[in-house]
Design a binder for this molecule. Structure first.
Ligand SMILES: NC(=O)C1=CN([C@@H]2O[C@H](COP(=O)(O)OP(=O)(O)OC[C@H]3O[C@@H](n4cnc5c(N)ncnc54)[C@H](O)[C@@H]3O)[C@@H](O)[C@H]2O)[C@H](O)CC1
Ligand SMILES: [K+]
Length: 502
């Protein structure tokens, strides 16, 4: 059964919104499902909704409005807080819909009200709807919410049906931990099972669990979108130089542009410091590309095992090593890469470096180097020693299996990029045919390394693919198929800024 955590839900909601499916529409669907479950358990009678100030409460407002419209029900909403304090615009939207004659709303601002005026509402009710907290619960419980949970459980013990909206209030949706929680008879959770609901300790609180479809479009979940970028770590004020990433790019040899593109891309994606280590003959030219780059000369005209001594300090003093672009495939270069990798904590391997990878290498890295590989279809075929399938479904399967088997994150570039860590898989559909121009892969590798320095590997690779394609789409608007890798490079800060992750 597919399980999901509260951060992912927020990302999917945001992706839905960017695809035109608004949170209030999802809330309307959620509330309608709750109303249906209430009708199935209570043909007529008095229903008390305990509504928190977040969107969990918003779902209850919608369900209350549905029931108020059906004959045979008396509907009361106990709002925990003042309507004017409702933070989430969606919940407020539904609260405003509640100003109907047939919905009685009680604002509970102080726990003492529960001992007096509000307590008979609990006794009179035939069914209670627990919508105090959903996936937005944080930290220690405060009153009146904490007291309301006691009241709900008291009535539940007295034999009343308690339906919990999304999560029994008080349970942590991801861990299932709780200080205290509602004992639900039925939990109606939305879209996917929540990991916390399946935990041993939560079992006695959830009652029967129903997973309800609320109309979330599969694209919001399957394709990288602004919601996923929202999950990236943000730069905090007061950070020190280097906190936003120190990237070591090891590239060049036959080519000098490739390592420069990767290095500049890492800087434009927000890295604080980028050092680029290149063979001696191209060092001057790479340095001439930009004063922003710190250039280190390797010992000869291609990367070779003797360079390890030069590189050791650099590897230790940088967060991520991005390797491959323009290195060429000389045997001594591939040998050098195999010697370097075990000393890296985080690495992005692209282009020629991928030719150095073999089963033994992957095994030697397991556990000490987190690796992201960014092959195109041809490089992926060489990595796997078999053709890269044509169909998207078969490619997804191949990428997932390869990633799981090798213990790496794979970003397989294509019309639709496929990103997997062997368990999760995301697709990316930003980008355009103009991006087949040379150098865009180098830009992507540097961008990936930069985001990876501050985020988990899978999320970093997925978001890098999205940002790179979006930067390429901006370039396409201006230059069509004449776009250059440097145009993509120039657009990266705009995309990063728009996603507020810079
Ligand atoms: N895609 C979906 O699954 C949808 C889910 N919906 C519902 O939205 C909630 C999540 O809404 P959110 O506003 O993020 O969180 P809550 O409603 O749980 O808000 C909590 C509320 O309570 C306050 N609070 C948090 N912690 C505490 C505490 N320890 N003590 C007191 N108060 C606390 C906080 O300030 C919030 O205001 C999800 O569960 C679903 O029910 C959408 O409606 C549709 C899409
Ligand atoms: K709830």
């Amino acid at each position: 059964m597919k399980c999901i955590n509260s951060l992912r839900i927020k990302a999917i909601d945001r992706n839905c919104e960017c695809l035109g499916l608004l949170p209030v529409q999802l809330m309307e669907n959620a509330g309608a499902v709750i109303a249906q479950h209430i009708r199935e358990r209570l043909e007529s009678g008095r229903v008390l909704f305990l509504a928190g100030r977040g969107n969990n409460g918003g779902d209850a407002f919608v369900a209350a409005r549905h029931l108020a419209g059906s004959s045979g029900y008396t509907v009361k909403v106990m709002l925990l807080g003042k309507a004017r304090d409702i933070r989430t615009k969606e919940a407020l939207h539904n609260f405003s819909l509640l100003k109907f004659s047939r919905v009685d709303v009680l604002e509970i601002t102080d726990s003492s009200q529960l001992e007096t005026s509000a307590s008979e509402s609990f006794q009179e009710a035939d069914l209670l709807v627990d919508a105090v907290f959903g996936t937005g619960i944080r930290g220690k419980l405060r009153d009146p919410e904490s007291k309301v949970i006691d009241f709900i459980n008291r009535e539940g013990k007295a034999g009343k049906t308690v339906i919990s909206v999304d999560i029994p209030s008080g349970l942590d949706p991801d861990s299932g931990d709780f200080e205290k929680a509602v004992h639900a008879g039925l939990t109606v959770t939305f879209h996917h099972m929540k990991t916390g609901l399946l935990s041993e300790k939560a079992k006695e609180y959830t009652g029967m669990i129903k997973v309800a479809d609320i109309g979330i479009c599969v694209d919001a979940e399957q394709y990288v979108g602004p919601g996923d970028l929202m999950m990236l770590r943000r730069r905090e004020s007061g950070e020190h130089k280097g906190d936003s990433g120190k990237i070591l790019v090891i590239g060049g040899g036959p080519y000098s542009g490739a390592p420069a593109l990767a290095s500049l891309s890492a800087l434009k994606a927000g890295a604080d410091l980028v050092t680029v280590a290149v063979p001696e003959p191209v060092a001057e030219i790479v340095a001439s590309y930009s004063p922003n780059l710190i250039v280190r000369k390797l010992s000869s005209n291609v990367l070779c095992p003797e360079d390890l001594s030069i590189l050791m300090d650099l590897i230790n003093s940088h967060d991520v090593v991005v390797m491959g672009m323009g290195l060429g495939r000389a045997a001594e270069t591939l040998e050098a890469i195999r010697k370097i990798l075990p000393f890296c904590r985080k690495a992005v391997l692209d282009a020629d470096a991928l030719s150095s990878l073999s089963g033994a290498i992957f095994e030697s890295l397991a556990g000490n180097c987190e690796l992201i590989v960014t092959p195109h279809a041809g490089e992926f075929a060489r990595l796997r020693n078999m053709e890269t399938p044509d169909s998207l479904e078969s490619r997804i399967k191949a990428v997932r299996e390869f990633s799981e088997e090798k213990g790496v994150v794979t970003l397989l570039k294509g019309k639709i990029d496929i990103i997997s860590d062997g368990k999760q898989t995301l697709l990316n559909r930003t980008g355009n045919p103009g991006m087949t121009v040379g150098g865009t892969g180098d830009v992507l590798a540097g961008l990936t390394g930069s985001i990876f320095s501050r985020n988990p590997a899978f999320l970093a690779a997925a978001c890098a693919a999205h940002v790179n394609g979006a930067a390429g789409d901006l370039a396409f608007e201006k230059a069509g198929n004449g776009l250059l890798a440097t145009d993509v490079l120039e657009n990266i800060p705009k995309i990063i800024k728009a996603a507020e992750i810079g």
